[in-house]
Design a protein around this ligand. Structure first.
Ligand SMILES: [Fe+2]
Length: 265
């Protein structure tokens, strides 16, 4: 089973650049084209939040127009730039999304890997939190299928990255989350968005990784006084490949056209 993770596309109204520098809509369309060019194609696309930039109905209309070009089933989770109500009404045909409250869900109908989404966003705020109710929901949901390989997805990552301007807006309650996940050995990976960079670490007895954005990359600066910045690095996405005899392999793929292929021996 192949699961492509596209994150943080920050779709904008037509003709408006993301952060005045990037045509995030064209970049998202390019990411979708990249998925279609994969052979074999992914079985599922996971969109891990910040699907639009300001949460307006106009942006969601543009997002849906772009997603009409996607020929692969998709699952969506909201990020801090999404508006919960507008998001819900934009994706009212996505039956797995709950009608009220946090958008936690589990979906296991696209292949052997089950996707469990924990909504850690807090309406109106940029940081996230794993609250007691969310942790309880996750614990009970994971307990339903203890033998099923599982990806847990959430928008804001629940750890300190060491990048000061990212850590202001992390997901709080990481210890609570780690305690739950460590009880469920079938969790192959926790996958997040939000930080517009790839990161990988051990967390709660499993592996946690963050996805790059399909638009700008947030600058990697580790000095405590570093000021927020971003770069037009090559956009990228993750491809999670479940191989039953091996496990879950996560690939990092830059989006674009690059020289090659060259002979390799
Ligand atoms: Fe983002």
């Amino acid at each position: 089973m192949l699961i492509a993770q596209l994150s943080d596309p920050h779709v904008r109204p037509d003709g408006v650049l993301y952060q005045d520098v990037a045509c995030s809509n064209a970049q998202f369309a390019a990411a979708i084209a990249e998925l279609h060019a994969l052979d074999p194609r992914p079985d599922l696309v996971l969109l891990s939040g910040d699907l639009v930039d300001e949460g307006t109905p106009l942006e969601y209309a543009k997002l849906r127009a772009l997603l009409r070009g996607l020929e692969i089933p998709s699952l969506v989770i909201p990020g801090n730039h999404d508006d919960r109500d507008a998001f819900r009404s934009a994706f009212r045909d996505h039956d797995y999304l709950p009608d009220t409250g946090p958008m936690h869900y589990s979906v296991g109908t696209h292949g052997p890997v089950r996707i469990v989404a924990l909504d850690v966003t807090l309406p109106g705020l940029h940081h996230g939190a794993v609250d007691e109710a969310g942790a309880h929901w996750l614990d009970a949901t994971l307990a339903q299928e203890p033998a099923r390989p599982t990806i847990v997805t959430m928008h804001q990552p629940p750890f300190e990255t060491g990048v000061p301007y990212l850590d202001l807006y992390a997901c709080r309650g990481g210890q609570r989350l780690a305690a739950v996940v460590s009880r469920h050995r079938q969790v192959e990976r926790i996958v997040c968005g939000h930080v517009h960079r790839f990161m990988l670490l051990r967390f709660g007895g499993t592996l946690l990784c963050t996805a790059p954005s399909t638009t700008t990359a947030i600058a990697l600066q580790l000095r405590p006084e570093a000021k927020p910045a971003s770069h037009l690095e090559p956009p990228a996405f993750l491809l999670h490949h479940w191989r039953p005899s091996v496990g879950l392999i996560t690939h990092f793929l830059p989006i674009g056209t690059f020289p090659g292929p060259y002979p390799f021996a």
